[in-house]
Design a protein around this ligand. Structure first.
Ligand SMILES: Nc1ncnc2c1ncn2[C@@H]1O[C@H](COP(=O)(O)OP(=O)(O)OP(=O)(O)O)[C@@H](O)[C@H]1O
Length: 481
């Protein structure tokens, strides 16, 4: 028998397009512009699949899902929405929608979803978790780019599981924010969210920080100490900068993940681990594995569901929204109201954002606090962006790692890699090149490719700069509009 698809959307053109596309694919289609009619059809036992919009004149489509699931648990519901936020994705998924499609969507994708929805058997007892009662409507993640919508969909799906997640992305792309959203909307939201940053803890203390220690386990261990695994019991453990974890701690963590229990340093009694693990790194862990710096078996244990957060320059369409959001936030914190003129917005879109969303947030705050006029122009931004490049290490505020410490860490790893068999006879040049290259590249970006200005800023002779650009193969960008 031909399956019948019920469609509810108050936009006539969407109804027409869907009717044609589904009709051509051999489905029967019934459409309506309101929720009440859809509900009547469902109650009457009609249709094999529902596709519904969220905002309809008489009712919110999301509110219909639990009712549909109650009267017809086998009827799959696909939600489409122009309100493509994390909350819509999370609500649709948690109320039991089969799939969530942000508008505008690709018709081929819709047809694929319809085919999947009709083909896959419904799991009995496959009940969605109860929704957070007073669901916080404030949006934790801003951005409507296709890349962010894909992330919302993944986050929404992951809130119904305890799977281990590995978040990869440059510094300041929102890795911790995503980890928190996974916790706050997930099954373990009643438990604690405990974060530990591997790069911020002295390597010899990492194991005791993670697993705790008994009194007298080592010099200075004057009392028993709870580790983060224990503190996070029933909740989520966020292992930030996992790529910086020392080898011995990696081995121990792997064992804990394999065996599901851990023992405090100096302790004997194993304790069952009851945490959901979310790891994050800005490093290329596959490269670290090749260099012998990261255990491959640990990587596969952690990389169960990978999420890649794209750098801000790959989702420029989110920049105006984010900038507005941060200016509003600054205002809510008591700073003066500011707005950006269209030239300023263009500048923001053209900039490369090496510090990603964090850099944008800091810039907006700085402008809100220090800029004299209410409207921020392109010229004002040009001045700020040049300075930003020089102080990018400060982008994280007080917690940012001083450049010298970061270098020390990198060089140590570099040397460790060489110890393990890779022969090197040009380490000096290679390390210097590692520093020189981003320095020159970012200065050129700040001057929009103007080499005369860049040479002046760097205090280098123009010809020296030109030679370095050639030798280091720095890509040359010119006059970003
Ligand atoms: N999509 C977003 N919407 C709103 N704010 C964001 C978004 N992404 C990041 N931010 C903000 O940017 C700042 C940096 O985010 P976060 O700390 O999550 O990044 P990160 O990738 O974990 O950085 P790092 O690797 O340096 O620790 C935070 O203040 C966060 O609130």
């Amino acid at each position: 028998m031909t399956p019948t698809v019920l469609i509810a959307d108050d936009d006539r053109s969407i109804r027409t397009v869907l009717t044609q596309a589904l009709g051509r694919s051999g489905y029967q289609v019934r459409t309506t512009g309101n929720a009440a009619t859809l509900w009547r059809w469902v109650e009457d036992g009609e249709g094999d699949l529902v596709i519904t919009d969220v905002m309809m004149p008489d009712e919110n489509g999301l509110d219909l899902i639990p009712r549909i699931r109650r009267v017809r648990p086998d009827l799959r519901v696909v939600v489409m929405s122009a309100q493509s936020t994390l909350m819509t994705a999370v609500k649709a998924t948690q109320r039991g929608a089969f799939e969530y499609l942000p508008k505008p969507f690709d018709l081929r994708e819709l047809l694929a979803v319809v085919a999947r929805a009709l083909a896959s058997p419904t799991a009995a007892g496959d009940q969605p978790p109860p929704e957070p009662r007073d669901a916080d409507e404030r949006l934790p993640l801003i951005g409507r780019s296709a890349a962010m919508q894909e992330i919302y969909r993944t986050v929404a799906r992951l809130t119904t599981t305890d799977l281990t997640v590995m978040i990869n992305g440059e510094s300041g792309t929102g890795k911790e924010l995503v980890a928190r959203a996974l916790h706050d909307y997930g099954r373990r939201r009643g438990g604690p969210f405990v974060a530990i940053n591997m790069a911020a803890i002295p390597r010899e203390l990492i194991e005791s920080e993670l697993f705790g220690h008994e009194r007298g386990a080592f010099t200075g261990a004057t009392s028993r100490n709870q580790g983060r695994f224990e503190q996070a019991a029933g909740g989520t453990l966020f292992l930030d900068e996992i790529g910086d974890m020392p080898q011995e701690a990696q081995t121990r963590l792997l064992r804990v993940l394999q065996e599901g229990e851990f023992t405090a340093v100096g302790g004997r009694q194993p304790v069952r681990a009851n945490v959901r693990i979310i790891a994050a790194t800005h490093r290329d862990l596959r490269a670290a594995i090749r260099q012998g710096l990261f255990r491959e078996d640990l990587f596969y244990r952690l990389n169960v569901v990978p999420i890649r957060l794209p750098p801000l320059r790959e989702r420029v369409e989110d920049i105006p929204l984010l900038a507005r959001h941060f200016l509003d936030k600054a205002r809510a914190d008591g700073l003066p109201f500011k707005s950006l003129d269209s030239g300023a917005v263009d500048r923001l879109r053209a900039y490369r954002w090496p510090g990603n969303v964090r850099e944008l947030e800091n810039l907006m705050r700085r402008l809100a606090a220090l800029h004299a006029e209410e409207t921020i122009s392109a010229d004002a931004l040009d001045r700020e962006l040049t300075e930003t490049v020089m102080t990018v290490e400060d982008a994280g505020g007080e917690t940012a790692e001083p450049l010298a410490r970061a270098m020390e860490r990198h060089i140590r790893q570099f040397l460790a890699a060489h110890e393990e068999g890779l022969v090197g006879n040009d380490i000096y040049d290679r390390v210097i090149a590692e520093v020189e290259r981003p320095l020159i590249q970012l200065t050129l970006l700040a001057t929009r490719g103007n080499q005369i200005k860049a040479a002046a800023m760097l205090g280098l002779n123009r010809n020296t700069l030109r030679k370095k650009i050639r030798d280091l193969e720095v890509p040359v960008v010119r006059g970003v509009a």
